[in-house]
Design a protein around this ligand. Structure first.
Ligand code: UDP
Ligand code: MG
Length: 326
């Protein structure tokens, strides 16, 4: 019997979990040729999410859970889920029922046909305003143009991954993650299925414009160094213009004896160049901060509890190593 783990990151989702469970239950019961595990990852919720998950865990043996020691973000919740799933395939889905559980049936059909990564593509986004939609659209267009790997538009994290994809994804341990790009990066045989993105069943979205902008920067800086190249190119271009302009000023003065003038020109030029320099200093800083964060080499998340068992980490100190060498 093939086993499938459904990973559900949850952050303050107490209002939807029962609804999600009811719908998942129906779907999973109808697919009796698989062994299912539903792995909830409680991402440091401040409401009663963990209590609800625990009561589901008591009721249904298919349900297991991980509890983070604090909020680490959805990306990390997904990593933890992938790390702890040892089934033949996993399905990643949101807790808020925007990802209809009924789709799992279709995903499994394609998986059986030999696809390793069955991803879903939104037909529309009912719950989002025009502004957010346009911004997202523009962002993907840019990202697509500047990065070498293919990053699909309107494709979220709702997908089925074969064990081979999961194991490959586990090898990617960077702390600043743009998971969507990683699915493309690991490759494998992909299949697209369309779905109608439903409005959130209850509770509130955890995203705001700031986090969207952050995600955009994350996406660009983790998959391309193009901004750095733009800095060099723009720098060279401005230098050439400046040389030409200098030549023109010298000639003008020699030939026509033009008196020195142009406080406004001077001011705009200085400010313009100052601005450009600061922008690209920021761009360099963005990459530098990534190196800084990665070089710390910290674990990606800390687990407090796994299926009711408190987790204690083994400290890796110099002393441990001494004893192990003996
Ligand atoms: N989520 C999480 N940690 C966070 C923020 C969100 O695990 O810090 C989960 C959340 O519980 C949900 C999923 O990620 O299951 C998607 O979040 P949300 O619905 O708020 O995002 P949206 O669908 O609006 O993009
Ligand atoms: Mg949502």
């Amino acid at each position: 019997m093939k086993s499938v783990t459904i990973i559900v990151p949850c952050y303050n989702e107490e209002a939807v979990l029962e609804k999600l469970y009811a719908r998942l239950d129906t779907v999973l019961n109808s697919l009796d040729s698989y062994r299912f595990e539903v792995l909830f990852v409680n991402d440091g919720s401040s409401d009663n999410t963990l209590t609800v998950i625990k009561s589901l865990h008591q009721r249904d043996s298919r349900i297991s859970y991980l509890d983070f020691s604090r909020n680490f973000g959805k990306e990390m919740a997904m990593v933890a889920g992938l790390d702890h799933a040892d089934s033949d395939a996993v399905v990643l889905m949101d807790a808020d029922l925007q990802h209809p559980p009924e789709m799992i049936r279709d995903m499994l059909i394609y998986w059986e046909q030999g696809y390793d990564d069955v991803y879903t593509k939104r037909k529309n986004r009912l719950d989002e305003g025009v502004i957010k939609r346009n911004i997202t659209e523009a962002f993907y267009n840019i990202l697509q143009k500047v990065s070498r790997i293919d990053i699909q538009k309107n494709v979220g994290d709702f997908r089925l991954l074969d064990r081979r994809c999961v194991n490959s994804l586990r090898l990617l341990r960077e702390s600043q993650r743009y998971t969507k790009g990683m699915f493309s990066w690991v490759g494998y045989k992909k299949k697209e299925v369309l779905f109608q993105c439903e409005p959130r069943a209850a509770g509130q979205t955890k995203w705001n414009y700031f986090s969207l902008i952050n995600l955009a920067i994350e996406g660009i800086t983790s998959f391309t160094t193009l901004p750095l190249k733009i800095a060099s190119l723009l720098g060279s271009f401005i230098s050439i213009i400046a040389m030409l302009f200098m030549g023109w000023i010298i000639l003008n003065t020699l030939l026509y004896g033009d008196p020195v003038q142009g406080y406004p020109t001077l001011m705009t030029t200085i400010l313009f160049l100052g601005g450009i320099q600061l922008i690209f200093l920021g761009v360099i800083g963005e990459y530098l901060s990534r190196i800084f964060n990665e070089s710390k080499n910290r674990p990606l998340y800390i687990i407090n509890e796994y299926n009711g068992r408190k987790v204690t980490y083994r400290a890796r100190t110099e002393r441990d190593r001494e004893y192990l060498d003996e």
